[in-house]
Structure formats: structure tokens, C-alpha cells
Design a protein around this ligand. Structure first.
Ligand SMILES: [Mn+2]
Length: 342
């Protein structure tokens, strides 16, 4: 079947979303004979997929499914609660379970990796030029770095593009990058005019965050606390707070968002105690928030900065208890590593 025009919805402000869109657009042109591709963005903040932007033939990558029959293709790796977020979407997915055009694996580290594998297996579309990009996405989207310094290394093109996308809401930038990545080279995608500017700006903001964190952070008992509400930083870098000291297991930040003040929390996967810590999303749930094991948030609806700081210090207190507990049980379980025997 030849499709003259296809609308491609991708996960906005995300390297894996852009890479998935790049790979799928190549598949659509080469394999489906699509003449015109219309790119549309959507993001997880805002309920179900925005059906207003769908065309008669649509594909969705790295983003949630929709029961709308115009969604012909779908690929996602987000957990089921996010990817199939409504009863309608879930029922429509179940009804089309055997449709090879629906690709879902919540265990896949990235959607781009999932797409390259499955487009090859299901449609015989093998394009080796995206294998490297898919590996980069597996690393970046699942934060699969061996060390914190690898996670904070911004010398390579994929990491720089990811930082710029993370920090931007520009459709034009995303489209330029998607087109660049479709060519198969992250280095070239990073060299486009919009990307060059966006990367320089993002690196500047990254350094500003580093300085600000050093100034605002209080570290105690394995937990770093920061009030960023007066710094203009609404989207603090996920891993940068862990570089403040070797002893950071968790971070708890007060931020000011357009919707009000909120608390953002994270867990440092590279800390030796991390594996024995509870999911930070579960901890946030106790204060009315949510998230997953590595990152969580708590809204403070209608609250003041002081309210948020109070909640943040309660959460931080709880997290310090978990760290202390793990440290003391570590001494009991394994006397070789206990400080008393060092
Ligand atoms: Mn993804």
C-alpha cells in the first residue's frame, strides 16, 4: 500500500523521540512509499494523545497509543501505565495485538532501538545506518552509563543534542534535528544552524546550573537539598546534583514551574547504596506525588515556597533515614566493609 501523506507524532523534547522519528521517517519513505511526512509533537505532561493533530494516516513513535483508528503505526517502550494510559487505548491495543504495525515493549531501553530491531524483524527493513544511533538511544534513554562522569560527559554529539532537546520546546529545532538524524549521523545533526545555537545555549545553562547548585546545596546524610525557586531553574539537570559530592544518594529540589511550586526528587543509580534504596516515585506518592524508581515529583498546589520547603525537608528526612538504615544494616551484614573495621 502506498500512502501519499503520513502524520508522524513523536515524543517531544527527547533525543529518543527525535531519533525514533528520524528512523521511522526513513522507513515510511523507503518502505511505505510515503511522499509527504507531517511531523507533530506531543508530550507526557498533558493527558492522552492529542488527536487533533492526527491525519488520515498517522504513526506514533516513543509516545502513547490512541484508540483513534487513524493511528496505523505505533511504537513505544514506556511502561504500560504511560503508553496505554486510557481504557480505550488499552482495549484498542488488545484488539489489534496481532497487528505487526503495533510495536510495544516496555522492557526496551529505547524506542529507537526497539524500532530498528522490529522494523527489521517484521518488515524486513534493514537499515544498518541507524544501528549506532539506536545504541546511543539505548544508552541515553535508559541512562545506561557505567559511571556518573560518563553520564555527565558532554563531549559527544548525541549527548549534546540530548541536552539541547531536553532544554528546549522548539518545534523547528526538533525538525532540523530529526532531518539530520535521518541522514544517519549525530555529528551532522548537531552541526545544523539551529542545533549549533541550541547546543551552545544549553551548555551555558548547564554551567550556570553547576554554579548555582554549588551555591544552593545542603548535603547531609546522603541527601542533597536545594531550593531553586528563586534561581530561574525550572528543569534542573537530572544527574548534575550527584556530582556535588561522592556521598549523594538522593536529591530533593524545590522548583518554580509555570503551574506553581513543586518538588523534584531523584535517586543516584551510581551510588553503591542505590540498589538497596526504595523507588523514589513510591516515596513521592506518600506526599501526593509520583514517578518511577529514579525520578519523582510532588506538586504543591496553591502552596508557597515555604510550604514546598517544608514538604521537601520532610521528604529529605525520610530519605536520610533510608540511607542511614542501609548503612547500619550494611555494617551488620558485611563487617568487612563496616567503617569500624576499616
Ligand atoms: Mn524513549
Amino acid at each position: 500500500m502506498r500512502i501519499s501523506s503520513l502524520t508522524l507524532v513523536y515524543h517531544a523534547a527527547c533525543f529518543d523521540g527525535a531519533a525514533s522519528a528520524a528512523i521511522f521517517s526513513a522507513f515510511a519513505r523507503e518502505r511505505l512509499g510515503v511522499g509527504q511526512l507531517v511531523l507533530a509533537r506531543d508530550d507526557y505532561g498533558a493527558g492522552p494523545l492529542d488527536a487533533r493533530q492526527l491525519g488520515p494516516h498517522s504513526a506514533v513513535v516513543d509516545f502513547k497509543f490512541s484508540a483513534d483508528p487513524r493511528v496505523r503505526f505505533w511504537a513505544d517502550h514506556h511502561h504500560a501505565g504511560g503508553a496505554l494510559d486510557t481504557a480505550d487505548a488499552l482495549a484498542a491495543y488488545e484488539a489489534r495485538r496481532d497487528d505487526p504495525r503495533l510495536i510495544f515493549d516496555p522492557g526496551a531501553p529505547s524506542c529507537a532501538g526497539l524500532l530498528t530491531r522490529e522494523l527489521r524483524a517484521r518488515f524486513g527493513w534493514a537499515s544498518g545506518r541507524y544501528d549506532e544511533l539506536a545504541c546511543e538511544c539505548d544508552l541515553i534513554d535508559a541512562a545506561g552509563y557505567e559511571t556518573l562522569s560518563e553520564a555527565l560527559d558532554l563531549e559527544n554529539a548525541p549527548a549534546r543534542i540530548a541536552l539541547a532537546l531536553d532544554d528546549s520546546s522548539s518545534r523547528d529545532l526538533e525538525h532540523e534535528i530529526i532531518e539530520g538524524l535521518a541522514g544517519g549521523s549525530a555529528v551532522e545533526a548537531a552541526a545544523g544552524p539551529r542545533a549549533t545555537r541550541a547546543i551552545a545555549d544549553a551548555l551555558g545553562r548547564f554551567e550556570f546550573q553547576r554554579d548555582t547548585f554549588c551555591r544552593e546545596a545542603t548535603i547531609s546524610g546522603g541527601v542533597v537539598e536545594m531550593d531553586l525557586s528563586r534561581t530561574g531553574i525550572a528543569r534542573p539537570h537530572k544527574f548534575l546534583p550527584y556530582s556535588l559530592s561522592d556521598d549523594v544518594v538522593f536529591d530533593v529540589k524545590v522548583v518554580r514551574l509555570p503551574t506553581g511550586v513543586a518538588i523534584k526528587c531523584g535517586r543516584n543509580f551510581w551510588h553503591p547504596l542505590s540498589d538497596r534504596m526504595p523507588s523514589i516515585g513510591e516515596v513521592c506518592r506518600e506526599w501526593g506525588g509520583g514517578g518511577h524508581k529514579g525520578a519523582g515529583g510532588i506538586p504543591v498546589p496553591g502552596g508557597s515556597v515555604e510550604d514546598a520547603r517544608r514538604v521537601a525537608s520532610e521528604v529529605a528526612g525520610r530519605l536520610r533515614n533510608y540511607v542511614a538504615l542501609a548503612r547500619s544494616s550494611c555494617e551488620m551484614i558485611d563487617p568487612i566493609v563496616s567503617p569500624g573495621n576499616a
